[in-house]
Design a protein around this ligand. Sequence first.
Ligand SMILES: Nc1ncnc2c1ncn2[C@@H]1O[C@H](COP(=O)(O)OP(=O)(O)OP(=O)(O)O)[C@@H](O)[C@H]1O
Ligand SMILES: [Mg+2]
Length: 252
Amino acid sequence: MAADFQLEVEDLRFRYGSREAVAGVSFAVRPGEIFGFLGPNGAGKTTAISCVCGLLGGWQGAMRFGGETFRPDLRAADRRRIGLVPQDLAVYEELSGRENLLFFGRLVGLAGAELTAAVERALELTGLGERADDRVGSYSGGMKRRLNLAAGDLHRPSLLILDEPTVGVDPQSRNHIFAALERLRDQGRTLLYTTHYMEEAERLCDRIAVLDRGRLIGLGAAAELAEQAGVPGADLEQVFLRLTGHRLRDSA
Ligand SMILES: Nc1ncnc2c1ncn2[C@@H]1O[C@H](COP(=O)(O)OP(=O)(O)OP(=O)(O)O)[C@@H](O)[C@H]1O
Ligand SMILES: [Mg+2]
């Protein structure tokens, strides 16, 4: 029987020294859904994602993937089930877009014809085909973001995590990224996605978790969050303000 949830996270806690950045967070992502992860600066989104991807060890709590115990911090095979599009760009400026993707593809174990096909598919998905052989140093910020997305999805992970994939990009690249995410959704892929753009989250996400100061303060579809926040029918921006007490990006 297929598991009800792709990823289950239970009572996740993580400290940087004495600072508790994630303070007991539980959520579960269903197969095929786009799950939004929202919260003001410093809420703990990137930290929680880093625990789920295996970039940070030493967390407490429990995780399951496809119904099985999941230890991405300890097992490379678990790490490979997830693709990460990191908040901080991870691309090599001296290499071309295609060379970057070949490099990242090898890192996740792809080779030969499979690697070539994965690179071509990722270039096509993100609309970078025409500039694939140019040095990344000559790309716009938006094109680098698109390359970052292409790199995370090369091995078609069961869960693709995107940490602010559209931050600071020009409208054209934003549309490309949006279209790519919608295509992945239409293919039945599972995405976990953080953004500070409420209209994006409202348009793309099936369900949304709202974090603040390391804790979950709301979880559900946008309309359910509005009910939980006591402002039924309100748009996500208003719901977010009501839940967190502040606007996005004013709390850092
Ligand atoms: N490497 C680190 N060492 C110490 N503290 C950290 C480190 N990284 C993050 N923090 C702290 O942990 C908390 C959570 O940060 P995190 O980056 O996870 O938040 P975020 O929700 O991703 O924020 P943003 O929207 O700004 O990306 C913040 O208080 C932050 O200052
Ligand atoms: Mg972050």
